[in-house]
Design a protein around this ligand. Structure first.
Ligand code: PAF
Length: 263
C-alpha cells in the first residue's frame, strides 16, 4: 500500500493507472467498521482501491469540534492495508487548499435543510473538498455511507452538476448490535453513553411520527437538533455527553420533494 502526502506524487502515480478501474473511499480517518464495509466493497468492485484520510477543516464550523475530532492515522493505515487498499491520500491541508479558502462550492436548496441549518458552512466545506478529491482521483466509482444520507444526496447532485464521471455509490449504514450507527464520534462516548445512544435508532425506527420520535429522545435526556422526514426517510441529529450524533432510517415514502434531484 502506498501513502501519498503530496498532490504531485499522487498525480504521477495516477498516470500509471490509466485503463484500470479505480474505486475511491474518501474519509476523515478515525476509521470504524462502517468505513471498512465501504473499503471492502470498493476492493471487490474495482482493480484499484484508493482511500483518502483528510480531516477537512472547511467543514467544521466549530474550531473545538475540529480539534476534538479523533485522529488515529497509524491505526487507520493498518486497517486500510489489511483491507487491501492499494493507495492512500493523506496530504496536509496546504496541499489540498493551496489558495486557502479562495474557491468554494455552494448549493441550494438541499443544503438549507437539517445539517445545513445546524452546521452553517458544513456542506460548503464538504462539497468543496469532495469535488477536489473526485477530480484528483478520477475514480470509476466513489463510495459514501448512507448514515450521512443528506451528504450522499448532495454529493450525487454535485457530481452530476459538475460533470464528474465518477459513479457515486451509496452504501448501507453499518450498525452495532444495539442498533447504534457506526460513527467516528462514537469513540468519544462513555460505554454507558454508547449503549444509551442506540435510542436514536430505536426512536427513528419505531416512533409513529417525527414529533413523537423527538419527544422520546428528549425524555431520554438527548438534546435534539432535529427529527425530520425527507425523501422517504426519517432523520435525527441529537447530542449526548456533548457528542453530536446523526442517523436516518427509511420510512414509508411520502412523495418526492423539490430539490431532491429527481430521486
Ligand atoms: O463523510 C466524511 O467523512 C466527510 O464528510 C468526507 C466525505 C470525507 C469529506 O470530508
Amino acid at each position: 500500500m502506498h501513502v501519498w502526502t503530496t498532490v504531485a506524487e499522487w498525480a504521477s502515480r495516477r498516470q500509471t493507472m490509466e485503463g484500470m478501474s479505480i474505486g475511491f473511499v474518501p474519509t476523515m480517518g478515525a476509521l470504524h467498521c462502517g468505513h471498512a464495509s465501504l473499503v471492502e466493497r470498493c476492493r471487490r468492485e474495482n482493480q484499484i482501491a484508493v482511500a483518502s484520510i483528510f480531516v477537512n477543516p472547511t467543514q467544521f464550523n466549530d474550531p473545538q469540534d475540529l480539534e476534538r475530532y479523533p485522529r488515529t492515522l497509524e491505526r487507520d493505515l493498518d486497517l486500510l492495508e489489511r483491507l487491501g487498499t492499494t493507495d492512500v491520500l493523506a496530504p496536509p491541508v496546504a496541499e489540498l487548499y493551496p489558495q486557502e479558502r479562495r474557491f468554494r462550492v455552494v448549493e441550494e436548496p438541499l443544503t438549507t435543510l437539517m445539517e445545513g441549518v445546524c452546521r452553517p458552512g458544513f456542506f460548503e466545506g464538504v462539497m468543496t473538498i469532495v469535488l477536489k478529491l473526485l477530480n484528483l482521483v478520477r475514480a470509476r466509482r466513489a463510495y459514501f455511507g448512507e448514515k450521512d444520507y443528506q451528504q450522499l444526496q448532495v454529493v450525487r447532485d454535485l457530481a452530476r452538476e459538475f460533470f464528474v464521471p465518477t459513479e457515486i455509490v451509496g452504501c448501507p449504514t453499518v450498525r452495532e448490535p444495539s442498533g447504534l450507527a457506526a460513527s467516528s464520534r462514537n469513540a468519544l462516548l462513555s460505554s454507558s453513553g454508547r449503549e444509551k445512544a442506540s435510542a436514536i435508532f430505536r426512536a427513528l425506527a419505531t416512533a409513529p411520527d417525527a414529533g413523537q420520535a423527538r419527544a422520546q429522545l428528549e425524555a431520554e435526556g438527548f438534546r435534539v437538533d432535529y427529527v425530520e422526514e425527507h425523501w422517504g426517510r426519517r432523520f435525527a441529529a441529537a447530542h449526548l455527553e456533548g457528542v453530536r450524533l446523526i442517523d436516518n432510517v427509511p420510512v414509508e415514502s411520502r412523495g418526492q420533494e423539490p430539490g431532491a434531484g429527481g430521486r
